[in-house]
Design a protein around this ligand. Structure first.
Ligand SMILES: Nc1ncnc2c1ncn2[C@@H]1O[C@H](COP(=O)(O)OP(=O)(O)O)[C@@H](O)[C@H]1O
Ligand SMILES: [Mg+2]
Length: 371
């Protein structure tokens, strides 16, 4: 999978940039706050995933010094996938519009599974150190790219959860609503079971790769483990059996849920447990071990995409090289050899020593040189 060209208009601090990246390493460098991450973010949106910065789309349209926004923002990209060329456009104005190979859509989820990428940015260290929601975001995003239907299931699940929570609040004053709660429990249990099953399968795909990669990064010092962490007892990954199990749990926690007005069990509360030699790395790992785990997770994510789709995702490395020591930098650069990669940094010299590719310098939202 390769980006062949990109044009950005009125996106963040970039009024207009056109680039033609190479198929190997593309380095985007410049001082702080010049627009390097903005450029990566523009490319990332074509994966169909939300911005890795968690920003709202409206905030991405270029505003001037008086904070007055332009009418629109437009991103145009051409990419190739196993020798097939595709054109993609992303238009933000009052409404969002995406155009993929000439056909208009109103949701960027059309790009799920079409343009595949992985992103590793400094905030991804929170994958290991942060709370469970970081890891749920990781697995949800990975699954949305791999199995576009998962994103529909997730959207439906969130709606059902919201409705159940609203009902829980009402039930305390209107006990006649209890029968309705049974119906929502059924639905919630089914969607929870589908999501958990998909996540379990994903983790079992990821496991051999993360083990291998972590072994390589740490020179075999310790063994990494990864498992799904849920309050629900998961005996196997059969959706029907799991659904029944979840229903039982929902019954058990119903009283408490009604008191709190919220659903206390389910995939929205689950976590992924990452261990080193059996100990949770979140609590016991050193800074260096945590970095290695986060990096392994990201590279394993790419390996799973490659295995399942047969396509090599584009790698986006935002400002992470300077945070990694020389041996981890070397490991990444060797590992991604042959992939198309976009690396942002302030000082390209250390990366250039080991790689050839294209270099783009960004200053004040403008491309000021490319070689
Ligand atoms: N919608 C927007 N319009 C104009 N400027 C923006 C917008 N969103 C962010 N910016 C500006 O973009 C700059 C940050 O760009 P970024 O790509 O994160 O920098 P870096 O080169 O350090 O990665 C900041 O100066 C910020 O104010
Ligand atoms: Mg940046």
């Amino acid at each position: 999978m390769n980006v062949n060209s990109l044009e950005i208009q009125n996106f963040r601090n970039i009024e207009n940039i056109k680039i033609e990246p190479c198929d190997t390493v593309n380095i985007i460098y410049g001082e702080n706050a010049q627009g390097k991450t903005n450029l990566l973010e523009a490319l990332w949106l074509f994966t169909g995933c939300r911005s890795f910065r968690g920003s709202k789309e409206k905030e991405m349209i270029l505003f001037d010094e008086n904070l007055v926004s332009k009418d629109f923002s437009k991103l145009s990209m051409n990419f190739s996938d196993n020798n097939r060329n595709h054109s993609a456009e992303f238009l933000l104005s009052d409404k969002k519009k995406v155009i993929y190979d000439g056909i208009e859509h109103n949701s960027s989820s059309i790009f799920f599974g079409e343009f595949l990428g992985i992103i590793f940015a400094p905030q991804h260290l929170n994958l290991v150190k942060g709370g469970p929601s970081e890891r749920r975001k990781f697995i949800n995003q990975a699954l949305c790219q791999l199995r576009p239907k998962y994103s529909n299931v997730l959207t439906d699940f969130n709606k059902i959860l919201e409705q159940r929570n609203a009902l829980l609040k009402d039930v305390s004053h209107h006990s006649e609503l209890l029968a309705t709660l049974d119906i929502w429990d059924e639905r919630l249990a089914l969607y929870s079971a589908i999501i958990i099953t998909q996540r379990l399968r994903y983790l079992s795909e990821l496991e051999p790769f993360i083990k291998d990669i972590y072994f390589g990064i740490s020179s075999g010092k310790e063994k990494i483990g990864i498992s799904y962490d849920s309050v629900i007892t998961i005996k196997n990954d059969d959706v029907e059996i799991l659904k029944e199990e979840i229903l039982k749990e929902l019954q058990k926690t119903r009283k408490e849920d009604i008191i709190n007005g919220t659903t206390s069990i389910g995939p929205h509360r689950d976590d992924i447990l990452i261990t080193l030699d059996g100990l949770p790395v979140k609590n016991f790992g050193s800074q260096g071990q945590q970095r290695s785990c986060a990096l392994s997770l990201k590279l394993a994510e790419a390996a799973v995409i490659k295995k399942i789709t047969g396509k090599q995702p584009v790698a986006f490395l935002d400002d992470v090289m300077s945070e990694l020591d020389a041996s981890r930098q070397d490991y990444i650069l060797n590992h991604i050899d042959g992939w198309q990669v976009f690396i942002t940094c302030c000082d390209p010299s250390s990366i250039l020593k080991s790689k050839t590719g294209k270099i783009f310098e960004i200053k004040g939202g403008k491309l000021c040189s490319s070689t």
